[in-house]
Design a protein around this ligand. Structure first.
Ligand code: AP5
Ligand code: MG
Ligand code: ZN
Length: 215
């Protein structure tokens, strides 16, 4: 099964993608994670993307479509993919449709994670991740069982925060979501692939809602 998780920053796309990956053996394709890896590695794409991402603006369609196109060449995508944070513009959505078509892959569902803006800022500002395995946490909603120790990989003291997880960048990210990404809700509704879940519910509840709409 190939699905898109669609929602504003902080909606829980990454959190739910990791659950699906572990439970169903699907592969999470997060353009945000791939771009952050490029920034950390100092590649040409990373150098171009760094300031754009810190401000909360969108990286060009050409760059992200290129990243996804390359990634879809790898063998592991055959077991099913979760697109997390891609597509984010109508041009990216059209390009994805064409790419999947040429590779003989089908888009099974687009899950819109609907959320009130009021919860998003708090989620993003309180977020941190494990520097070793990438597991996501929140200082109020998803604390590690033992302080400073990753539940998943057991590493200690390696937690980090994203450069764009502050209120100012978050305002820009939200604006860009409403301007460029939210039109995809109508686009996929018209293609009959849209399912909607309540992303403001707690994490396990959202997981259950997603399982239900995918069944
Ligand atoms: P990206 O990394 O995709 O960031 P984003 O869309 O802003 O989304 P987030 O990762 O912030 O949120 P999420 O929905 O994954 O939430 P999470 O599960 O972590 O993109 C970053 C940047 O890269 C973009 O701004 C852009 O510059 C660039 N970029 C990326 N893709 C691009 C593209 N396609 N085109 C152009 N540019 C692109 O949850 C958030 C927090 O809340 C966590 O702490 C979590 O523990 C907690 N939480 C999650 N669910 C719940 C819940 N139900 N209740 C309570 N807490 C919860
Ligand atoms: Mg994410
Ligand atoms: Zn870890």
């Amino acid at each position: 099964m190939n699905i898109i998780l669609l929602g504003p920053p902080g909606a829980g796309k990454g959190t739910q993608a990791r659950v699906l990956e572990e439970r169903d053996g699907m592969v999470q394709l997060s353009t945000g994670d791939m771009l952050r890896a490029a920034v950390a590695a100092g590649t040409e794409v990373g150098q171009q993307a760094k300031a754009i991402m810190e401000r909360g603006d969108l990286v060009t369609d050409e760059v992200v479509i290129g990243i996804i196109s390359d990634r879809l060449e790898e063998d592991d995508v055959k077991g099913g993919v979760i697109f997390d944070g891609f597509p984010r513009t109508l041009a990216q959505a059209d390009a994805l449709g064409a790419l999947l078509g040429t590779k003989g892959l089908k888009l099974d569902a687009v899950v819109e994670m609907r959320c009130d803006d009021s919860v998003l800022v708090e989620r993003v500002v309180g977020r941190f991740t494990c520097g070793k395995c990438g597991e996501g946490y929140h200082r109020s909603f998803k604390k590690p069982a033992k302080e400073d120790v990753c539940d998943k990989c057991g590493s200690t003291g390696g937690f980090k925060q994203r450069a764009d997880d502050n209120e100012e960048s978050m305002r820009t990210r939200l604006l860009n979501y409403y301007k460029d990404t939210s039109p995809l809700i109508g686009y996929y509704h018209a293609k009959d692939t849209l399912q909607t879940v309540d992303g403001t519910a707690d994490i396990d509840d959202v997981t259950a809602q997603i399982a239900k709409v995918l069944s």
